[in-house]
Design a protein around this ligand. Structure first.
Ligand code: C5P
Length: 236
């Protein structure tokens, strides 16, 4: 008979490494440089994302993945102890490079540099769920818009019930062996949880945070700047 392991013991004392893929070109922001290097209140989106991970108190080590020609500069501007490695052509290649640099991890987080305002408390909640024995955990928010599927011509092919849909954020958290297996033969994917789902893993959602939104368009950047300005006013 298979041995039954108490889930609380599985990941309880594990070492948490957070991977921050920031090697994309991300030109949709229209700022003329990769989006992880756009600034918000004097800090880059990448620096802010790393700040949030460290502030969570739930992460033992951070590995940042950037374009090859930026490795030295980024290393100089991030706190000691944050590792910086070169990414690849596709996001999948970049995350794979991060996984290779995190052989010491028992638990892995993958966190978009573009979710620069993610509250540290959300990061801590993802890790707490992993430590409680979940193998894969993602933050999720209900969607406000109706979502339709369409074909190549833009003709609607379906309207899933909105109540069944969630918008997925990061950090996404995984038992490290599971994410390593998922990436061993992964094709391109925009979502890490999608890869572990293909292995049949059970991906658990937890309540996401509006402030963990992905800064993708000029409108998102304007919103992020307004949030930061507001915060500065409150703290003054
Ligand atoms: O393009 P998208 O917003 O989905 O990218 C999500 C994250 O993946 C970004 O932080 C981006 O820098 C990163 N990425 C990467 N390597 C690539 C492409 C994207 O690290 N080749």
């Amino acid at each position: 008979m298979a041995e039954v392991t108490d889930p609380v013991d599985v990941n309880g004392g594990g070492r948490v490494v957070a991977l921050v893929p920031a090697a994309g070109q991300g030109v949709r922001l229209g700022e003329g440089l990769p989006k992880a290097f756009v600034t918000l209140g004097g800090r880059t989106l990448l620096q802010l994302s790393v700040d949030g991970l460290l502030a969570s108190g739930a992460v033992d080590r951070v590995v940042v993945i950037v374009p090859e020609d930026r490795v030295a500069d980024v290393r100089a501007e991030l706190p000691d102890g944050v590792d910086v490695v070169a990414g690849g052509v596709e996001r999948t290649d970049s995350v794979r490079a991060g996984i290779a640099a995190a052989s010491d991890a028992d638990l892995l987080l993958v966190h978009d540099a573009a979710r620069a305002l993610t509250p540290p408390s959300l990061i801590a909640r993802v890790v707490a769920e992993l430590r409680a024995g979940r193998e894969a955990v993602v933050p999720a928010l209900p969607v406000a818009d109706t979502i339709k599927t369409v074909d190549l011509l833009g003709v609607v092919t379906g309207t899933p019930h909105r109540s069944d849909l969630r918008a997925i954020q990061t950090p996404q958290g995984f038992e490290a062996g599971l994410l390593r297996r998922a990436y061993a033969d992964a094709a391109a994917a925009t979502d890490d949880a999608g890869l572990v789902e293909r292995l049949g893993a059970r991906v658990r959602t937890i309540a996401g945070e509006p402030l963990a939104f992905k800064i993708t368009t000029p409108l998102d950047l304007a919103l992020a700047r307004a949030v930061v300005d507001d915060r500065d006013l409150i703290e003054e």
